[in-house]
Design a protein around this ligand. Structure first.
Ligand code: JFZ
Length: 444
């Protein structure tokens, strides 16, 4: 074969196998759009670590032995776990989906998986299929269920330990074998999708093998993520990865951890370009500084704070995934329950200004932000109790301007120079919650 023919053949093969350029299928585009329209979800970090009540990293932070830590499997009995009650609280908060840790870094699985070595819920005294019960409760209530899945694993001997996993005292002999570990992961992911039909598989932990070493971004393991994403997509499920890296073609959602596009508040999204063609999701915590329940952490976000976070995210075209860590009894911390109930009361009145909206495009820093529905409706969110008025460039015509809560008319005065001045009717009342003005734009 001459060289020219060879090159043509290779090129044809690339096109044929679809490797040249990835294009999401129509079901996938639709699923992304439906996911983005939800705007508000609740993250749940739960596993054996809930019993230690020191956060989800306690195996590593506490310098525990993996073999000592994992014995908690025989003491895991969350007697108050009630999936319906969780879903009632979450739905009542106004959230539209749940993302739960099917398996966190400690390697313990919250469902009776058949493909592991027995380190899962079936071998606890509790025995019940937590993900199964949650999936049924979500299906009954029309809430989407998604699964966090850790790529990094602190329990399995075949996992090729990176810089972090190596710090964990491990009694057995490590036999790094990524092919075997990947088979295990794909087996679990197939089980998760076939049994519980999640909307999204949400990965985390890639970063232990992709980070800066001596000032140079270095990958110490080839995770073969494209093939994992293809495996998930074949099963009509979305894939996301919390890796703080520029988004890959096959990743369906761009994740920001405790940051919003362009804010880099926690330093995680430094240098991250925003994907304009993908839904965005920001995750954050209600019990501060921790994802898994921590008994000594007394600081919780208030309801107005949670509402403001969802609204600021929506104003940047992003969802908010607010984490709650249930305790070892299976209950959400009381502070989270009462805050979420208050959040729900705000959403019951103001939800239309968040669900299914896009970034509004106008605003004033963190004080006033906006969302919109098409070109017909603009929602102004007054997030600062001290700010009751806002002017912005506006070339359209206002059909009506009302306070979403109660429907009273709002002063919205157009000037000849093309600005619209909006003043709240309740000026001076300093509500702790976001006050929303709904502006209907007239047909021109
Ligand atoms: C991870 C987990 O380690 C943590 O326990 C929690 O589950 C959170 C949602 O995700 O935290 C991260 C994720 C990414 C990086 C660091 C910590 N990273 O890219 O450096």
């Amino acid at each position: 074969m001459n060289m020219g023919k060879y090159i043509t053949l290779v090129a044809a093969l690339f096109v044929f196998t679809g490797r040249a350029e990835y294009k999401p299928e129509p079901w996938n585009i639709k699923a992304r759009e439906e996911f983005a329209a939800k705007r508000f979800g609740v993250f749940i970090h739960w596993g054996l670590y809930a019993n230690y009540a020191q956060g989800e990293w306690y195996l590593q932070h506490g310098k525990l032995d993996e073999s000592a830590y994992s014995r908690m499997m025989y003491g895991f009995y969350p007697s108050r776990f009630d999936a319906r009650e969780w879903v009632r609280i979450i739905k009542g908060a106004g959230a539209k989906y749940i993302t739960i840790t099917s398996r966190h870094h400690d390697g313990f699985s919250l469902w009776p998986t058949k493909v592991d070595d027995g380190y899962n819920i079936a071998n606890t005294p509790f025995k019940r299929d937590i993900l199964g019960e949650l999936a049924s409760a979500c299906r009954e209530e029309g809430i989407q269920l998604n699964f966090y899945y850790s790529l990094m694993d602190w329990h399995r001997a075949d996992y090729p330990a990176g810089f972090l996993t190596k710090t964990i005292p491990f009694a057995r002999e490590r036999k790094p074998d990524y092919a075997a570990y990947k088979r295990f992961m794909l087996g679990q992911i197939a089980e998760l999708i076939d049994s519980y039909r999640p909307g999204v598989i949400w990965f985390d932990g890639e970063w232990e093998h992709a980070r800066e070493i001596d000032g140079k971004f270095t990958r110490t393991l080839d995770w073969q993520l494209d093939s994992i994403y293809d495996f998930i997509h074949e099963r009509r499920t979305l894939a996301a990865n919390n890796n703080h890296q520029p988004i890959r073609a096959r990743e369906d959602i761009q994740l920001f951890e405790r940051d919003l596009p362009g804010e880099n508040a926690e330093g995680f999204s430094k240098g991250q370009t925003v994907a304009l063609d993908r839904p965005i999701e920001q995750c954050d915590v209600i019990q501060k500084n921790v994802w898994g329940y921590k008994i000594g952490e007394k600081s919780f976000r208030s309801a107005p704070e949670v509402v403001a976070m969802v609204v600021r995210a929506a104003a940047k075209d992003s969802n908010l995934l607010m984490n709650i860590g249930p305790d070892g009894s299976g209950q959400f911390p009381a502070e989270a329950v009462s805050a979420m109930a208050e959040v729900g009361r705000w959403f019951a009145v103001n939800g239309e200004s968040v669900y299914g909206t896009r970034a509004g495009g106008v605003g004033k820093g963190r004080q006033v932000v906006s969302t919109r529905k098409g070109d017909d409706v603009l929602y102004l969110h007054f997030l600062d109790p001290e700010v009751d008025a806002f002017s912005f460039r506006f070339s359209g015509k206002v059909a009506s301007a009302t306070l979403l809560d109660g429907g009273r008319p709002v002063d919205a005065v157009c000037s000849a120079d093309g600005t619209l001045a909006v003043t709240l009717p309740e000026a001076g009342q300093n509500s702790r919650f976001d006050r929303v003005v709904k502006i209907r734009v007239a047909d021109r």
